[in-house]
Design a protein around this ligand. Structure first.
Ligand code: NDP
Length: 287
């Protein structure tokens, strides 16, 4: 591992990333705004820099894992001259627009830029299930893929630096709505004396099995024809029973009503006989 790597930011995530690099035998130089956070890493062979500038100068590859977009600018703006000619991998969480802004900033400074989104909590780094979403410089991605793969399976989406963040947020959107669905089910059975744990033991295998539907929906959506045979129709998926049962349990109907509204808009537009996947049209064209 001849590439000299610098890690800026040793919070919970930055420390986990740096730790994985040290374990893999990389020579790394770390920096953190507040002192003391590099001690464990130094004990295991890493170098610690007193300033972010010293860290940047020590690495050909500079990894930033700071709090947010503003903190990346705060740390790197004064160092643009030192960063020129180096590669910056920014795994700090930023919005697609912020990632593009940083890529433009880097381009003006002569810095090769790769944006990364981490789909993992720190304890998952280097373990199965972690993934690293990347966009920006293709050269940087291909050159440093072995390093990125140490953290989690690294996937590249394209030169538009905002894509990794967009994927990241899209995956989180799917996760939060699924979580809300689980909470709704748990709230529905709670008045019947069912614990959340009992419900979870039924919901986990059910929802896991249902994720198989994603690929089937995707085939219909990408095919552009919602009338293909064998799908559950929108008419059939009318969620009135779920709403009525939820109300009867005395709980909020918001989660299910949201899905019902998406279904209803397509039924109202005359597509009731078509497949459930068609609700994506309600989402693509806000009502
Ligand atoms: P922490 O709060 O643990 O650490 C934040 C880090 O940013 C610290 O090193 C902190 O330094 C530094 N920092 C904050 N503001 C500044 C600033 N103005 N100038 C310099 N350094 C600054 O956060 P995490 O390590 O958990 O998260 C880091 C990034 O990783 C975030 O963007 C987060 O969204 C992302 N991420 C985190 C995940 C997680 O599960 N933790 C999951 C996926 C992404 P100091 O020690 O001096 O305060």
């Amino acid at each position: 591992n001849s590439v000299q790597v610098s890690v800026l930011g040793l919070g919970a995530m930055g420390s986990a990333l740096a730790d994985a690099l040290v374990k893999a035998g990389y020579e790394i130089t770390c920096w953190n705004r507040s002192p003391g956070k590099a001690d464990d890493l130094v004990a295991r062979g890493a170098k610690a820099a007193d300033t972010a500038g010293d860290a940047v100068r020590a690495g050909q590859l500079v990894i930033a894992c700071l709090l947010d977009h503003a903190s990346v600018h705060e740390v790197l703006d004064p160092l643009s001259d030192q960063l020129a000619g180096r590669t910056l991998v920014n795994v700090t969480t930023t919005s697609p627009a912020q990632s593009r802004e940083l890529a433009d900033w880097a381009a003006r400074a002569g810095v090769t830029y790769l944006d990364g989104g981490i789909m993992a909590v720190p304890s998952m780094i280097g373990r199965p299930g972690a993934s690293i979403l990347c966009s920006g410089s293709a050269d940087a991605f291909h050159q440093h893929k072995p390093l990125l793969d140490l953290w989690g399976t690294a996937t590249y989406f394209g030169e538009d630096a905002g894509l990794a963040s967009l994927y990241d947020l899209a995956l989180l959107a799917g996760m939060y709505v699924m979580f809300a669905g689980f909470m709704h089910g748990a709230a529905m059975v709670a008045p019947a004396g069912v614990t959340a744990g009992e419900f979870a033991s039924m919901a986990t295998p059910w929802l896991t099995a249902m994720t198989g539907a994603f690929e089937e929906f995707a085939t219909v959506i990408d095919g552009g024809d919602y009338t293909v045979e064998g799908q559950q129709s929108l008419q059939f998926a009318d969620l009135g029973d779920l709403l009525a049962a939820s109300s009867a349990q005395g709980i909020s109907t918001e989660v299910v009503a949201m899905v019902q509204r998406l279904v209803q808009r397509q039924i109202d537009a005359g597509h009731g006989e078509e497949g459930f996947a068609r609700i994506i049209e309600s989402i693509k064209q806000p009502g």
